[in-house]
Design a protein around this ligand. Structure first.
Ligand SMILES: *Cc1c(COP(=O)(O)O)cnc(C)c1O
Length: 225
């Protein structure tokens, strides 16, 4: 089941890349395992998936412990992170996808033992319910991170609304890419900002067309039947 799902997702990645002449190797599949147990996650790892994501601190630590024999897994924390939990998790992740405030960045700076790869979460759609920095505030936010030597900005992340049509979703992803290119062009050594974390089970083909380099896929890998 999982093997079939993975095959389907990989095929869709290939097809989406082909549409816009992108190299599939430039798209990293991050498997979101929040809805499944460690054994299902392990099945994916055995099939060759090396990037796993959780949105909760305790679950990430638990799975990392259970899969500790697989030393080549990169661990992604994709959910909103409370400041009081930074200390327990930040040195256990390879990528954090939801940096959304200066106070959180300052806490990461304080607790990190080394540079942490972070994506700034941007709220492009402007939905009240969503976390993230607004596009208007993004640039000044990036400049505020300059002295936080452990906060390394690898890219930007966003989530599209669940109920939007394809055109709206594409324009949200395209806007994120524009912002990413703008920050990248500043050539800040603490914020190379070359990456785009966007696209989930519903919309990853559109995200790839618009330039995603990390897609975060859960349901499509673990659905039954
Ligand atoms: C759950 C989650 C995903 C994966 O969603 P699916 O629809 O199951 O693919 C991606 N990103 C974030 C931030 C999530 O919380």
């Amino acid at each position: 089941m999982i093997a079939d799902n993975l095959h389907t997702v990989e095929q869709e990645i290939q097809e989406s890349c082909a549409l816009v002449s992108r190299n599939p190797e430039d798209v990293t599949l991050v498997a979101v395992t929040k809805s499944v147990d460690s054994s299902a996650a392990e099945e994916l790892v055995r099939l060759g998936v090396t990037n796993l994501a959780e949105n909760r601190v305790d679950k990430l630590l638990e799975k990392k412990e259970n899969l500790s024999q697989y030393s080549d897994i990169s661990w992604h924390l994709i959910g909103n992170l409370q400041r009081r939990k930074v200390k327990s998790i930040i040195n256990h992740v390879d990528y954090f996808h939801a940096l959304d405030s200066l106070r959180l960045a300052q806490e990461i700076q304080k607790r990190a033992a080394h540079k942490i790869n972070c994506f700034i979460e941007v709220n492009i759609s402007g939905e009240e319910s969503k976390h993230g920095i607004s596009p208007e505030e993004l640039l000044s936010f990036v400049y505020e991170l300059e002295d936080l030597t452990n906060v390394h900005i690898v890219g930007l992340m966003t989530m599209a609304p669940f109920d939007a049509d394809d055109e709206t979703i594409r324009s949200i992803f395209a806007s994120l890419k524009k912002l990413q290119e703008k920050i990248c062009s500043l050539k800040l050594n603490y914020a190379p900002c070359t990456e785009l974390s966007m696209g989930m089970s519903q919309d990853f083909p559109l995200a790839i067309i618009e330039g995603a380099t990390y897609i975060r896929v859960g349901t499509a890998l673990f659905k039954k039947g």
